[in-house]
Design a protein around this ligand. Sequence first.
Ligand code: 0O2
Length: 215
Amino acid sequence: MEDNFIENWDLFLAPYEQAVEELKLKLKNIRKEYRTLHRHTPIEFVTGRVKTRESILEKMEMREIEPEDMLIGVQDIAGIRIMCQFVEDIYEVAELIKKRTDFKVLLIRDYIHHHKPSGYRSYHMVIEYPVQRAKNVESVIVEVQIRTLAMNFWATIEHSLNYKYQGEYPNHILERLERASEAAFMLDQEMSEIREEIREATQFFEQRYEDPDTA
Ligand code: 0O2
């Protein structure tokens, strides 16, 4: 696919880079605040990335997205991933995000209550984030994915396999992936059942060992 519909890709991607850096810091600060108050933090860790030019073009080609529809069709040029211990934490983080005044939530896709046919589970929020540039404010779209550690484990493995098989899984792999997705779901359910005990144990442990994120 031709890439000249964007004059300068570095310049185009710069506000997305800035949005990801700022959001990572803001979310890490939520974690820090909870820890300072010695409360269970719903955020375990945060990662973020900006799609490369190649990856944007690849997605557009695969989904037959025209250049003028890029911003609607590729909503995850900037992506933030928030990992949580428990499913309940995901919804707590989602509430915190909805109440923020520094950006706007545009839409929500709950792939936990309605998992994808692939077995993918995660909570997606598409937000509009205003980035203060040198001379103006540029609003960019950021996809925030919130998931448990178990959901993240499954999605990471499936993502790597998808690269190899390009979505055309042999049956035995497909079956294993489906079973692994159910197993991850059950692991989350089991952990939720004993979360009060886990929380107490974690807090006890954390008070003795310094968290590099809050140091
Ligand atoms: P990467 O490398 O992860 O950044 P839509 O399908 O358009 O209604 P959705 O699902 O939010 O809405 O968008 P999309 O484009 O399908 O998926 C966006 C991102 O969600 C993907 O990014 C993945 O990170 C994750 N995702 C969605 N479905 C799956 C899935 O079945 N398996 C895994 N492992 N991840 C998934 P990219 O573009 O794949 O890139």
